[in-house]
Write a protein that binds this ligand. Structure first.
Ligand SMILES: [Zn+2]
Length: 250
């Protein structure tokens, strides 16, 4: 990536990233990782290379919504690395406290708000999706799904879209917090596919996009190549950065 972002990202596959800023902050997005001791019936992230674990220390965890493929390992990772903050919406925060997370570690916010987390600004923005939390055999209300714009100390911004459809207010995100890099879902079925993601790139005006939430399961059919073609067809100039699970991008 020609972009001087001021951070590097490690992709676990699906939607999970470790973001390590040049200023020394380590932030984990939507933790669903590979664990050797996963109980029977619970699923490891199929794209996460076995044993991949780039965390050395952790300052914060960010959660976009309550689905298992985004929050599955929040409690385990928290207990292991004790980050200062787990950032999420109000409802997921209340649920996490019931799972044993300490009150002072859960940073609850909602859309439109900005918090200072690990030396960066974290703005919660809109996403079109759902957010129910599977808790035993019940679905618990998990508030509304969200995305985040991270304002790095370098002055650059990363837009983490979470799971979402394309929406025209991405133009507002571009106006208020112009991102340099976007992490956009392209898998289709549960989120945007490549066609919609190309429109999202146009609305956001980003220099680079890392496609996420694709290829994890057979129904998530969107590919970075298809996104490249859709962007070309639309005349959108964006660097589609294809990452291998288990690799760093900087
Ligand atoms: Zn998802």
């Amino acid at each position: 990536m020609a972009l001087k972002l001021g951070a590097k990202l490690a992709w676990y596959g699906h939607s999970t990233f470790l973001i390590r800023t040049d200023a020394g902050a380590d932030v984990l997005l939507d933790p669903w990782i590979w664990k050797p001791d996963r109980p029977a019936g619970a699923m490891n992230n199929p794209k996460c290379p076995e044993g991949f674990q780039p965390i050395e220390k952790l300052d914060a965890i960010l959660l976009t919504h309550g689905h298992f493929d985004h929050i599955a390992d929040t409690v385990d990772v928290f207990e292991r690395y004790r980050p200062a903050a787990v950032v999420c919406n109000w409802e997921i925060g209340e649920w996490l406290k019931k799972q044993g997370l300490p009150e002072d570690a859960v940073l609850q916010m909602n859309k439109g708000g900005t918090a200072e987390v690990a030396g960066m600004s974290v703005t919660m923005v809109h996403a079109f999706h759902s957010s129910g939390i599977a808790d035993g055999d019940r679905i618990v209300y998990g508030g509304e799904p969200a995305g985040y714009v991270l304002g790095l100390q370098s002055g650059k911004r990363i837009y983490c879209a979470g799971d979402t459809a394309v929406f025209s207010d991405m133009a507002l995100i571009a106006e208020l917090y112009p991102p340099d890099l976007a992490l956009l879902p392209i898998g289709d079925l549960f989120t945007m596919g490549p066609r919609e993601a190309a429109k999202a790139c146009e609305l956001l005006g980003v220099a680079a996009v890392v496609p996420i939430h694709w290829g994890t399961f057979p129904p998530l059919t969107g590919t970075p190549e298809a996104l490249r073609q859709e962007c070309a067809a639309r005349g959108v100039e964006v660097d589609v950065v294809e990452v291998e699970p288990g690799a760093w991008v900087d």
